[in-house]
Design a protein around this ligand. Structure first.
Ligand SMILES: [Zn+2]
Length: 252
């Protein structure tokens, strides 16, 4: 790295809440790497398999009570791409999701991550109408699909972190409060993730070391307000988003 700035991982989760979320929350609080890590959960508030059940609602409450940040993934009954919705349907789904999150957190969510990472100028305009900022990701665990193999996890983290190191050398990533936030994405719905989150954290640190990416002594964000401040400059602006639109969609 060319500067004295260190990087810090901003951990995010998609598709929950899910019965796995309880194990994830426990490992965020207690793990051998860093105690009381806080995350941003992009949640499905009206999906019966997500937040629209008594278990789902209790897990959303718990995420908030334990100091994590809630962002919106879907406000529909299913995991539906925003690009498949009419303008009216998208508005309604965003309104529903934001209303649901406000009931839990007593504040407006500022962040959205689209299902399947699919977006276009119309959905971006819709997000803007609701004051939502779209946060994508720097490092993906690719755990929307269960690949199973440790060597795959190691290899994919290595490649992505090497790419980040090069972006840092080109000074392409912003510094926030002296720290370079690196957004990492997992999925609540993946059983392996739920059972091995600490190992993922270990792997992120080991592979950062291998590629020469200098991490802070506190390698993961641990405060909701810091997460919000760190995430905002990493949200995608419409011009960047339209340029990225040609990239292939991924499972999320
Ligand atoms: Zn998703």
């Amino acid at each position: 790295m060319t500067s004295g700035c260190h990087a810090r991982f901003l951990v995010t989760f998609d598709d929950g809440p899910h019965p796995n979320t309880a194990a994830i929350l426990m490992q965020l609080s207690h793990n051998p790497i860093q105690q009381n890590i806080k995350a941003m959960f992009f949640v499905q508030t009206r999906n019966p398999a997500g937040g629209n059940s008594s278990l789902g609602r209790s897990l959303l409450d718990r995420e908030c009570a334990e100091g994590h940040v809630l962002g919106l993934h879907t406000g529909t009954a299913g995991h539906v791409s925003h690009t498949a919705l009419s303008e009216h349907e998208l508005d309604q789904s965003l309104r529903n999701g934001m209303d649901d999150i406000r009931v839990i957190t007593r504040s407006e969510t500022m962040f959205v991550r689209p299902p399947y990472w699919r977006f276009n100028p119309d959905t971006l305009t819709g997000y803007s109408r609701h004051g939502l900022h779209m946060l994508l990701s720097d490092v993906k665990a690719y755990d929307g699909i269960d690949w199973g193999l440790h060597v795959f996890r190691q290899w994919t983290f290595h490649l992505q972190l090497e790419g980040i190191r090069r972006r840092l050398l080109r000074r392409e990533l912003p510094t926030v409060d002296g720290m370079i936030p690196i957004v990492v994405t997992f999925h609540d719905t993946n059983n392996y993730t739920a059972g091995h989150l600490s190992e993922y954290f270990d792997l992120l640190i080991a592979e950062s070391d291998r590629v020469g990416l200098q991490l802070d002594s506190k390698p993961f964000y641990d405060c909701a307000s810091d997460i919000t401040l760190a995430a905002l400059p990493r949200t995608v602006h419409p011009v960047e988003a339209i340029e990225a639109e040609s990239q292939p969609a991924e499972v999320s």
